[in-house]
Design a protein around this ligand. Sequence first.
Ligand code: RTP
Ligand code: MG
Length: 141
Amino acid sequence: MALERTLSIIKPDAVAKNVIGEIYTRFEKAGLKVVASKMKQLSKQEAEGFYAVHRERPFFSALVEFMISGPVMVQVLEGDNAVLKNRDLMGATNPKDAAPGTIRADFADSIDANAVHGSDSLENAAIEVAYFFPATDVYAR
Ligand code: RTP
Ligand code: MG
């Protein structure tokens, strides 16, 4: 299996619900290590840049407004198949479709306020990690 890194964000709704620790526990129990982490209030420009691939989508402005509605917790997760493993832990984008026991099934309220972000490919993971963390702030473990 391939050792990978992926970018995870605990979104403003889940930070407000005080479940950062519960979500970190799920990462750790699945064998993913937190190798970089910070709490951050995103600026509008940062949120727009991060979700730039969705710029033309009808939900783009709502997504950006939601992502800047409060602080987020941003982390790099490292482990075997980290990208897919994190997506499996997260569950489907819409919590109504998310499998029982996934983060979104347990903590998300709606398709907008859906608790977590995770990189969707190894290629995007490298781009997203670099968007938030200089290489010197990611710690091999
Ligand atoms: P994320 O990027 O946040 O990890 O979520 P995802 O891959 O599961 O979903 P994606 O298609 O990348 O969409 C990014 C975020 O935009 C919101 N969204 N709203 N109303 C809609 O139809 C709709 N579709 C997507 C969601 O909050 C999603 O997480
Ligand atoms: Mg996505």
